[in-house]
Design a protein around this ligand. Structure first.
Ligand SMILES: Cc1cc2nc3c(=O)[nH]c(=O)nc-3n(C[C@H](O)[C@H](O)[C@H](O)COP(=O)(O)OP(=O)(O)OC[C@H]3O[C@@H](n4cnc5c(N)ncnc54)[C@H](O)[C@@H]3O)c2cc1C
Ligand code: SF4
Length: 349
């Protein structure tokens, strides 16, 4: 079913952008969904299980890909594609979209930005040895490691111990950002819990300043990882990682006990905080919309998914968000676009 000639451009095919495109397409409007990568799914395609229900993110992605497939008459999906140029015109934008060998000129009536967030560069914390010791990884690299271990468990030697450092690049005014990145307490609990699921004998230490678990089922999730999977939470910031006996020595202070501690581990996982994507800055400039002081897209007062004239946003380009939250925001942006198109049609009658 196609209602009108109205077209929305959705930029970014992660969970937020996919949800926005689906809802607009299902309402009968035309959608162009562009994704800069070869594959859709955004960060979710890189995750191994999802908090707080241990769901398989790939299954969710497969479901959404099937749903997109049902609405191909309304939704045009262009991968490996980015926005090259845009110019405001009456009730919309003229845009040029480009992939490696061609350009597409089209007029769109609304735009949804759903470009996601990036992760803080952990090498800023030289004392943790990220980029120097191969056993030190950031959180997304560790998701990939978990996928690999899950796929080849029988051929994998269980690691003796793993340390997780929280708040890397967040809540740190000297080296990182002052804000709390909101999702890393939860994904760290998930990752440590998955390690214990795969290798019950591996010791997992989580170094934390405090843990934040505000969300439906979140507190119960973290408690189950601590109490049922026996992950050790140690209050304190790790100060140094050093190579020792072909392993990694973690120096920290247990601030509850008031004593310095050292543990030898095989891997250190840095719960890197979220930052705005560089590409989003270019789009912000192109569409003349506002950001907060860090570069995350800001909403217009009183309109939670609107960023500017006929420009809406959803998901991690606004701030740290969990997968269901990104989908809610995608649906909210779609509702705004559908409402705008309906009003246009009323005026045009
Ligand atoms: C380590 C880690 C573990 C996590 N674990 C969980 C979990 O267990 N459960 C959970 O609920 N959430 C989890 N999350 C959060 C989850 O990944 C995010 O909520 C979700 O990915 C946000 O979706 P999004 O669509 O906003 O952004 P993304 O998933 O980042 O998608 C954005 C898309 O936009 C594309 N894009 C960017 N710029 C452009 C451009 N200029 N042109 C075209 N395309 C562009 C990107 O390539 C990407 O495909 C985790 C996050 C991390 C980092
Ligand atoms: S969510 Fe947790 S780990 Fe992430 S910055 Fe906030 S307190 Fe630190």
């Amino acid at each position: 079913m196609q209602n009108t000639a109205k077209t929305a451009l959705v930029i970014g095919a992660g969970p937020a952008g996919i949800e926005a495109a689906l809802k607009i397409g299902q309402a009968g409007y035309s959608v162009i969904l562009i994704e800069k990568e070869k594959q859709i799914g955004g960060m979710v395609g890189k995750l191994c299980s999802s908090f707080p229900r241990w769901e398989n993110p790939q299954e969710m992605l497969d479901l959404k890909t099937r749903e997109l497939g049902k609405f191909l008459s309304n939704i045009t999906l262009l991968t490996n594609t980015t926005l090259k140029f845009c110019e405001p015109v009456e009730k919309g934008y003229l845009v040029i979209l480009e992939d490696s060998d061609k350009e597409l000129n089209v007029k769109v009536d609304a735009v949804v930005l759903a470009t996601g967030f990036d992760l803080f560069d952990a090498s800023v914390y030289g004392e943790y040895g990220y980029g120097i010791y191969p056993g030190v990884m950031d959180a997304l690299e560790f998701e990939n490691q978990l996928k690999d271990w899950s796929a080849h468990k029988s051929q994998t030697e269980a690691p003796g111990a793993i340390a997780f450092f929280k708040c890397v690049g967040s809540r740190d005014r000297s080296k990182g950002n002052p804000y709390c990145s909101k999702i890393c307490c939860m994904y760290t609990a998930k990752q440590a819990g998955l390690v214990k699921e795969l290798f019950p004998e591996t010791k997992c230490y989580v170094f934390y300043m405090d843990y934040r678990s505000a969300g439906k089922g979140y507190e119960e999730f973290v408690r189950s990882v601590i109490e049922e999977k026996h992950v050790h939470y140690i209050r304190g910031r790790a100060s140094k990682v050093l190579p020792q006996n072909n392993r990694l020595l973690v120096r920290a202070e247990d601030t509850l006990m008031g004593i310095p501690i050292e543990v030898e581990v095989d891997k250190v996982v840095l719960a890197t905080g979220v930052i705005p994507r560089k590409e989003t800055a270019r789009l912000v400039e192109a569409f003349g919309i506002n950001t907060d002081q860090y570069g995350f897209i800001e909403s217009e007062f009183g309109s939670p998914a609107k960023a500017g004239k006929r420009v809406f946003f959803a998901g991690g380009c606004n701030f740290a968000i969990e997968l269901p939250g990104a989908q809610y925001q995608g649906a909210a942006a779609a509702a705004e676009v559908i409402n705008l198109f309906y009003q246009d049609e009323q005026e045009e009658r």
